[in-house]
Design a protein around this ligand. Structure first.
Ligand SMILES: *Cc1c(COP(=O)(O)O)cnc(C)c1O
Length: 242
């Protein structure tokens, strides 16, 4: 694809995604401007990121630290807000705390404490979300539902990291309605935590919804949607998931 064709394709895809978000938000009386679109660029090269950037996109998501650092270097001339949406191993916490303004995938007290320590050392203040495992699948990442409350005690004590909400990645099924119970459960969990005394500022964001189910997520209260395929096209390999 030539650069102009790529730019036109991605601009059209982005416009379509933004229109979907707007329609879904308006249908439930929400302000679409309150919903942040993260363009998940994993597996795609910098020319795709530049094309989306030219169409006005500023938030980009990656699921691997190493791949992201490379793209950050390749697009250092752009004002991108980078989001880490994939699983974070604690041996990469230092790099992540330094490089990502948003980390969606904190799933243990230990990782949160480590990120806070590294962010403090580097003088960064990453926005962090807690990934919750609502499916109870042993292969999925995320904090089990019954351990989330304790993690928010650690969150309240963080000095550099700013915990701002919850993230969920439901098991994939083609029917977007199948994701609704997970999205609803995430919203209810946030409300329950506030009712239990957690500072509401720590629970302002709900990161949920992807290419095929973003409408359902927006209807259920998503403040951040993470969209890859609908913007950049199909990925070559499924091994990049999670
Ligand atoms: C890849 C990925 C996405 C985007 O998925 P699409 O179906 O391509 O929109 C969202 N969230 C996470 C955590 C991902 O790894």
């Amino acid at each position: 694809m030539t650069t102009t064709t790529l730019e036109a394709t991605i601009a059209a895809n982005l416009a379509a995604v933004r229109a979907r978000i707007e329609r879904a938000a308006r249908a439930v009386g929400r302000d679409p401007a309150r919903i942040r679109l993260v363009a998940v660029s994993k597996t795609f090269g910098p020319e795709f990121i530049r094309a989306a950037y030219a169409a006005g996109q500023r938030d980009f998501g990656e699921n691997r630290v190493q791949e992201a650092l490379q793209k950050m270097a390749q697009t250092a001339d752009l004002s991108i807000v980078w989001h880490l949406v994939g699983h974070l191993q604690s041996n990469k916490a230092r790099k992540a705390a330094k490089a990502f303004p948003w980390i969606h995938s904190v799933d243990s007290q230990r990782l949160l404490a480590k990120l806070d320590e590294e962010a403090l050392a580097h003088g960064t203040r990453p926005t962090v979300l807690v990934q919750v495992d609502l499916a109870g699948e042993p292969t999925k990442f995320g904090v089990p539902r019954d351990q989330v409350r304790a993690l928010f005690d650690v969150a309240a004590a963080c000095r550099a990291v700013e915990v701002r909400g919850l993230m969920v990645l439901p098991p994939y099924t083609p029917d977007p309605e199948d994701a609704r119970p997970y999205f609803r459960a995430l919203r209810e969990l946030a409300a329950d935590l506030v009712a239990e005394g957690v500072d509401p500022r720590l629970l302002e964001e709900l990161s949920m919804g992807m290419s095929h189910d973003l409408e359902v997520a927006v209807q259920e209260g998503a403040t951040v949607v993470r969209v890859g395929t609908a913007i950049f096209g199909p990925r070559a390999s499924a091994s990049a998931e999670g």
